[in-house]
Design a protein around this ligand. Structure first.
Ligand code: GLN
Length: 306
């Protein structure tokens, strides 16, 4: 793998000044908007990194594909698909605008908040604490190094105290019978999940398992079923970057997932996992300099799957 990461990083650094730190989770406001780091890990085990690669950050929505994987492992594809949809828009082809649609589970996408909260209720465990610990264990298994995956309790408490919109979404799910459990317990699991923290290397390692048909880099023994990796990658391609997924597909062209903590995990099928960190976000909640860096990398290494 030959690529001039330092030069690309320098070219993207000015973009860190154009984004904003999120303020709706007060703990995230404390981040340093100048941070920018990148790590590439190829399926045969080569690792290259540059910039602020060792800085820990909360993975936030990047936990959504891991939640989905845990739900698939616990229930299989059919049961998961019965609870959440896989469509990017959930709207019919002739829709003009929807103001008040009935909440239908097939309109829920596991890569956006409501769908991910519904997925929390699919994870097996006798308590929500146990469910969360199983999710954490899966995250550590995917990263291949326990110590690289931590939980940021400060971020967890901050979102639990301020996350009223997610609370409202979860109560709507309960109202429509999509979740049956105690709403506060489901939310507690979701907020804890979003507060899992790692660094660029950890993200690259998880992305690499998804890229490498469910196997760790350099291995051919799957640690998750390859068909689940493919399922998750397909959804990441259409909705991993929220309502910026179309723009991202055009500019970068690989399955990826962003989080409001500033991380982006990109999956280049059969080639590599990429972890990026830069906490200043664009208007859609995606890392601004991070997306730019992925665009340059995609061009340089011809990464687009399209
Ligand atoms: N915890 C965040 C939320 O629910 C995750 C959102 C994100 O990373 N885009 O709002």
């Amino acid at each position: 793998m030959s690529v001039h990461l330092e030069e690309m990083l320098a070219a993207c650094k000015p973009y860190t000044q154009q984004g904003q730190l999120p303020s709706y989770i007060p703990a995230l406001k404390k981040g340093d908007p100048k941070h920018l780091g990148v790590c590439l890990l190829s399926c045969d085990g080569q690792l290259i990194q540059a910039g602020d690669c060792g800085v820990q950050f909360s993975i936030q929505s990047i936990v959504k594909p891991i939640l989905l994987l845990q739900a698939l492992l616990d229930n299989g594809v059919d049961a998961v698909r019965a609870h959440v949809g896989v469509e990017a828009t959930g709207k019919p082809f002739d829709a003009i605008n929807y103001t008040d649609q009935v909440l239908d589970s097939q309109h829920l996408n596991p890569m956006v908040n409501m769908g991910a909260i519904a997925v929390c209720s699919l994870i097996r465990g006798s308590s929500y604490q146990e469910r969360f610990h199983r999710l954490l264990a899966l995250t550590r298994l995917l990263a291949g190094e326990d110590a690289r995956i931590q939980v940021n309790e400060d971020v967890y408490r901050s979102e639990k105290a301020s996350g009223n919109k997610n609370r409202a979404l979860a109560y709507l799910l309960k109202t429509y019978g999509i979740i049956q459990d105690d709403v506060e317990e489901v939310l507690d699991c979701y907020f804890h999940a979003c507060a899992i923290s790692t660094d660029c290397v950890g993200l690259a390692r998880i992305g690499c398992v998804l890229a490498n048909k469910g196997c760790q880099p350099g291995s051919q023994d799957p640690i998750i079923p390859p068909e689940y990796a493919r399922f998750v990658n397909a959804i990441l391609t259409t909705c991993g970057m929220y309502d910026g997924s179309g723009d991202f597909a055009v500019r970068v062209g690989v399955p990826a997932k962003s989080g409001v903590g500033g991380g982006i995990m990109a999956v280049v099928p059969s080639r590599m996992g990429i972890g990026i960190f830069s906490p200043a976000l664009d208007a859609k909640g995606n890392s601004l300099a991070g997306t730019r860096l992925l665009e340059l990398l995609s061009r340089e290494l011809n990464l687009s799957i399209f």
